[in-house]
Design a protein around this ligand. Structure first.
Ligand SMILES: Cc1ncc(COP(=O)(O)O)c(C=O)c1O
Length: 442
């Protein structure tokens, strides 16, 4: 085994098509339903908020979809992203496991989110749209979309979850720098925001509330569409560049992963690294696919697999997913991007069929794993990504206890350079764990 720790690809090895797993599913997914009639959704129903090319991708039967040249031109700014072997972390854990991580924090916005933001901005520009409205949790998605809109000459309005707006002012400044307009959510700019403020003036906000505001903004302005940074099939599709590159890089390393891990908010970085391995998995030979979510917002491990709204104000279609209920407002954990009541319907379907696994960890062990990672590998992880690290560390410790070697691959979805206040709180002992309130939820 060579001592190489970094695996890089040439520009010519950046994937030229996205992988669409919809046609390979062993059973079809339950269709999304119209929020007013409960009838299966038609592509036309989505036209007020999405461009047709993205709607087609949402339901596409094609196994591969070519990445347009204009999108490739922007991807080439930072793709392919590096794959690292975490030798120093392995040593610190005294584990026989080999740990690899695919680092998506090298994008200008600092996470995997631009992989889909760029594609979405491109298709909206082609459809003649002038402005995109969106929500953001941690601010990672809002900054990715602000950047992407800037690249394609679109305006961008971001409804930022109140608690993150207060905790992460630098993300807001980044969005402003890239030309985005940012409102704390709940805001008084929309009916749904005003309704939440009237009932709970000091609401910390949630992704569900911010989605309602952005969807309402898009639906009430003809020149404006909505963009979602996770959950939907077309977002999972765009993120498959991560796993496709990782597969090539694992080949360069001469290893096959036994387990592939991603943190889970709505599912896009996990889907991005895991879905390119699904076909193998379905043939019974692929790695385990493990999603890691926060114990304070455990949609996959404690939620119900049921039809629910994607937002608080019930403006979105009903989708069948693992959900804690559309009116659940998660505690203000520092992984703002994981504070979502629902989950990707595609990944929910695969979890329900037993093709993926899920685990939940509280924020304190996640921060502990993130600090250990920063002290060994050097990179400061986003609080969201710390959940994937915690999952990987757990697997590595299990390997040590069982005396078994194991190859672990995880997605380090972003850096935490704008999350220093969260690290400061953790290091000074001010952070606490929150228990999921459980039955109160019903
Ligand atoms: C760095 C990072 N990782 C993960 C997530 C969670 O989203 P997803 O589950 O769609 O990857 C977010 C969301 O904001 C994020 O910013």
């Amino acid at each position: 085994m060579s001592a190489i720790s970094k695996f890089l690809l040439a520009d010519s090895q950046i994937p030229s098509a996205w992988i669409n797993v919809l046609p390979s599913l062993p059973e079809p997914m339950s269709p999304p339903l119209h929020p007013a009639t409960n009838a299966p959704l038609t592509p036309e129903d989505l036209l007020p908020i999405f461009p047709m090319e993205l709607i087609e991708q949402e339901f596409s039967p094609k196994p591969m979809i070519d990445i347009p040249g204009e999108v490739m031109d922007v991807y080439r700014i930072w793709r392919a992203t590096p794959l690292y072997r975490a030798r120093r972390l392995e040593k610190a854990l005294d584990t026989p496991a080999h740990i690899y991580y695919k680092y998506e924090g090298t994008s200008p916005a600092g996470s995997h989110k631009p992989n889909t933001a760029v594609a979405q901005a491109y298709y909206n520009k082609r459809a003649g749209i002038k402005r995109l409205a969106t929500e953001t949790g941690a601010g990672q998605w809002g900054s990715a979309l602000s950047l992407a809109c800037q690249m394609f000459g679109l305006e961008c309005t971001v409804y930022m979850v109140r608690i993150s707006y207060d905790q992460k002012p630098y993300r807001r400044m980044l969005m402003h720098t890239w030309g985005g307009e940012v409102y704390p959510s709940p805001s008084d700019h929309t009916n749904s925001g005003r309704a939440v403020l009237a009932a709970t003036p000091d609401s910390p906000g949630s992704l569900g509330i911010a989605i309602s505001e952005a969807v309402e903004d898009a639906a009430t302005h003809a020149d404006t569409n909505y963009a979602l940074g996770s959950v939907l099939n077309h977002v999972m599709l765009h993120q498959t560049v991560i796993g496709q590159e990782a597969r090539l890089q694992m080949e360069m390393a001469g290893e096959e992963p036994d387990v592939v891990i991603g943190c889970f908010g709505g599912g896009s970085n996990f889907g991005g690294i895991a879905l390119p391995y699904l076909e193998d998995r379905l043939k019974g030979k692929g790695p385990r696919l493990l999603a890691v979510e926060p114990a304070a917002c455990p949609s996959l491990t404690k939620g119900e697999f049921a039809y629910d709204f994607g937002d608080t104000a019930k403006l979105t279609p009903l989708i069948k997913m693992f959900t804690l209920g559309h009116d659940f407002v998660p505690p203000g954990i520092h992984a703002g991007g994981l504070r979502y009541h629902g989950a990707s319907p595609l990944l929910s379907h695969l979890l329900n069929l037993g093709h993926i696994e899920a685990k939940a960890f509280p924020q304190l062990p996640c921060f502990q794993a993130a600090v250990q990672f920063a002290r060994t590998e050097g990179i400061l992880p986003a609080p969201e990504s710390s959940h994937a690290i915690c999952g990987a560390v757990n697997e590595a410790i299990l390997a040590r206890e069982e005396g078994k070697s194991k190859v672990i691959l995880f997605c380090l979805s972003g850096h935490g350079n704008f999350d220093l206040a969260s690290y400061d709180n953790y290091l000074s002992g001010k952070l606490q764990d929150y228990e999921y309130p459980g039955p109160e939820m019903d």
